[in-house]
Design a protein around this ligand. Structure first.
Ligand code: GUN
Length: 296
């Protein structure tokens, strides 16, 4: 039987509508409009596209938003002083500094400079620590989106063996921490595989749920998964494709068609995890605004 398609675009739309209702309700009750400032350094076209989408999404749900664009030569000290100013700007409940940053700027220093109260990306060590404790303040957007996809499609991770492929700070580490917590929508047995893993297939074959976030095009093949597996593909990889008018095509970390033929459910690329990230950013921004008035 063909796999069920986990439609991230549809779930993201539902979450955006929920956030829009939440914003309206907060405005009516507390006269507070959630605000997000997005900082983009440099002119990477993919980052510029993401940032535009984030700004547009904020406007659609009724959040206040501003984008600060800085040249790629911006010194680290200047970015840090802008963040310091934004930390104290009451119009903004959330600050997002788009990654990656130019090489003269330390991503770690920038993340540490953010006020944890405004860390809607969930990447500050304080947010990471809270997540690890099981008392999350802000869950990073992509892991939060993955968890929502699983819950809303009825694939409760509780008691399941989840195999995460990839150990990045932005996806692999936080999703592993999120799904191992003794909480609703989690409580899974989690294995994390990475570039140091010997015999990856021996782990992925045991998985009830695979979260592929290794950044390696079509690396998860059909003979590496068991029948009935649920697949969450976080990969966004450009591969050459002369038949496409752009000359390239976007593929995930999973060899989609043959794996889909064995899976119970699978996220497409694009249209799976991708749209969820912005939806969760909006949700975190609403949460930050609620926290600023002592709620959430
Ligand atoms: N670049 C790619 N994904 C992300 C993200 O989730 N947050 C930030 N800040 N930058 C990114």
């Amino acid at each position: 039987m063909a796999a069920k398609i986990i439609d991230g675009a549809k779930v993201a739309q539902d979450i955006r509508a929920e956030v829009a209702r939440g914003i309206k309700e907060l405005q009516d009750r507390k006269n507070v409009t959630p605000g997000l400032v997005v900082v983009l350094v440099g002119d990477d076209p993919a980052s510029a596209t993401y940032v535009r989408s984030k700004g547009r999404a904020c406007q659609e749900v009724g959040a206040f938003t501003e984008t600060i664009k800085l040249p790629k030569e911006t010194p680290e000290a200047e970015l840090l002083s802008i963040i310091e100013r934004l930390n104290h700007d009451p119009r903004f409940h959330g600050i997002l500094v788009q990654l990656p940053l130019p090489k003269q700027i330390s991503e770690r220093k920038v993340t540490l400079a953010l006020s944890p109260e405004k860390d809607v990306d969930g990447l500050h060590p304080m947010s990471m620590g809270h997540l690890m404790e099981g008392e999350p303040s802000f869950v990073p957007c992509t892991p939060g989106g993955i968890q929502q996809l699983l819950i809303r499609y009825g694939y409760d991770p509780a008691g399941k063996h989840v195999v995460v492929c990839g150990r990045s700070n932005i996806v692999g580490k936080p999703i592993a921490n999120l799904l191992m917590q003794k909480r609703a929508g989690a409580n899974a047995t989690v294995t994390v595989c990475h570039t140091g893993t010997k015999d990856l297939a021996s782990f992925t074959r045991q998985a009830d749920i695979i979260i592929a976030a290794a950044g390696s095009p079509r690396a998860i093949k059909a003979d590496m998964v068991k029948p009935g597996v649920v697949i969450i593909d976080v990969g966004i990889n450009r591969v050459d494709d002369p038949t496409d008018k752009r000359g390239y095509r976007i593929v995930g970390d999973v060899d989609y068609e043959p794996v889909a033929a064995k899976a119970e459910a699978i996220t497409p690329v694009p249209g799976g995890v991708g749209p969820m990230t912005i939806a969760m950013l909006l949700s975190n921004t609403l949460r930050a605004a609620k926290r600023s008035v002592g709620e959430a």
